[in-house]
Design a protein around this ligand. Structure first.
Ligand SMILES: [Zn+2]
Ligand SMILES: [Zn+2]
Length: 496
């Protein structure tokens, strides 16, 4: 084998096999680049082999099949490595030490195992331009991402929205589900859960009952969700009436009650109720249909909705309800009763329970044991937070994707095709932004005064529009881009 490899290299057989074939008869092969932050393993060798077979086959059929090696240089694999080496573990520490220094370190370490990869690729006899590799941190590569980003934005396939992620308010960063699962960061805790009375508008002494384990989210309540097909009852307790789902009637226990009415959840949809803490602007404080995700298994069959949950956010978006984010990035109250502003979210619980009790809106208080996630770095209790993110709108192109997938020659046919179709059918909109440092900076500038947004699609375009002078060798990473500003075309203010 070594003899053959040496012969190939000496006589430039691979290079000739490409050059001899006409430019007009191309076979294009897209290959995803690996990270060089670890050594290649058997899984890589399998992939590298199958990706060698097809270009060779088409080359033998007379096609010109250019192949160039690439390196995936950005993202968490290298950032985690850098954090470990530099003995830092928090976003704030990276910012304090300088994002430029952090990124420079990432850059210096990114091709740490390139040599090992080169040996394996050569020894397995794979034909590819290895030394002339492209890197995802190359300026030309990053500029292409800008070009594509702008194109998608112009086609209205990119939008900015919120993503609900597990979040540590001390590290001020989202924590991925994988990280939490890996470190077994859940602990069993006993907290107060409460059943809250929401007063229906236009009906005398009638309250909707909703159960929550996170009282602090009530300040951001914007709606209540029911299941339109489930059975609900109106029960009389003393001189008041309470609405909850029929199967949860035992939650009333301990009280003398009488069922006075029974109806489907759809009767409740559209009704308004009085807000507990009026923090929402726009559409809010109505009963909406939450579908079959709203059940009688936990709680009252009426779900209090705030931004701080995946299900909640879906329903909020679907019903175009008001977006209320009442905590800041450190988990402190920034919207709500004035006397509580600045308080930490966990400390709000007891204030809210006492306040609702005062207003006779606390139906019941229960001890509740559940497993709760804590930060694996600093042990702070986590919560689901709504993090600003950029998305590619999959919904808009789903039908087209399905149609295109029909044209693919699947092997083995049938099962694989079905699985791919299923992935497309169920794919949510794709989050393409990360709240991190070492990556292509998103080419969006926002006005500091008005809502104007400007997308830049190339370095030339940046040069024409930037306030600062753009040098020839400009780098497109965050530490550089954060210092480049534009002038707002609408109001003349600075865009960041
Ligand atoms: Zn933390
Ligand atoms: Zn402006």
């Amino acid at each position: 084998e070594l003899k053959i490899i040496n012969f190939w290299e000496k006589n430039k057989i691979f290079e000739k096999s490409v050059k001899q074939r006409p430019v007009t008869k191309q076979y294009v092969f897209y290959d995803g680049p690996p990270f060089a932050t670890g050594t290649p393993h058997y899984g890589h060798i399998l992939g590298l082999t199958s990706k060698d077979v097809f270009p060779r086959f088409w080359t033998m059929k007379g096609f010109r099949c250019e192949r160039r090696w690439g390196w995936d240089c950005h993202g968490l694999p290298i950032e985690n490595l850098a954090e470990k080496d530099l003995k830092i573990s928090e976003k704030k520490e990276i910012e304090a030490g300088g994002v430029d220094k952090f990124n420079a370190y990432c850059r210096s370490k990114v091709l740490g195992y390139a040599e090992d990869w080169g040996k394996v690729v050569r020894r397995m006899g794979k034909w590819i331009e290895f030394d002339n590799s492209y890197k995802t941190m190359d300026k030309s590569y990053m500029e292409t991402i800008w070009f594509i980003f702008k194109k998608l934005y112009d086609k209205k396939l990119i939008y900015e929205g919120k993503k609900i992620l597990m979040y540590c308010p001390r590290c001020e960063t989202p924590i991925s589900k994988a990280e939490i699962a890996m470190d077994n960061s859940y602990k069993t805790v006993t907290e107060k859960s409460i059943i809250v009375s929401f007063k229906l508008k236009g009906e005398k002494n009638t309250f909707l009952l909703a159960w929550t384990t996170t009282p602090w989210t009530l300040i951001g309540n914007v709606a209540l969700a029911v299941n339109s097909r489930m059975d609900y009852v109106n029960v009389k307790v003393g001189s008041n009436y309470f609405v909850l789902c029929k199967e949860s009637i035992e939650m009333i226990n301990g009280e003398k009650y009488k069922i006075v009415d029974e109806f489907k959840g759809k009767e409740l949809v559209g009704k308004g109720y009085e807000p507990l803490y009026e923090t929402a602007e726009g559409k809010a404080y109505v009963v909406v249909n939450g579908g079959k995700s709203v059940s009688s298994e936990e709680g009252t069959g009426i779900v209090h909705l705030a931004l701080y949950g995946e299900f909640d956010y879906d329903i909020i978006k679907k019903n175009k309800l008001s977006i209320v984010q009442h905590l800041d990035e450190k988990g402190r109250l920034i919207k709500g009763p004035e006397e509580w502003l600045g308080e930490w979210f966990k400390d709000l619980d007891k204030n809210i329970i006492a306040d609702l009790d005062n207003k006779n809106l606390l139906f019941k208080k229960l001890d509740f044991s559940h497993s709760y996630p804590f930060c694996y770095r600093c042990e702070t209790p986590l919560f689901y937070n709504a993090v600003d993110s950029w998305f590619i709108n999959i919904e808009k192109i789903r039908d087209k994707l399905l149609k295109e997938s029909k044209k693919i020659n699947w092997y083995p046919a049938g099962k694989v095709e079905k699985r791919f179709e299923y992935i497309i059918k169920t794919a949510p909109d794709w989050t393409i932004s990360r709240n991190r440092f070492w990556a292509t900076a998103i080419p969006v500038w926002k006005c500091s005064k008005c809502d104007e947004i400007r997308i830049i699609g190339s370095i030339d375009e940046l040069r024409k529009n930037a306030v600062e002078k753009i040098p020839k060798n400009i780098d497109l990473h965050k530490d550089v881009m954060d210092n480049i500003h534009l002038k707002c075309s609408k109001c003349g203010s600075v865009m960041n």
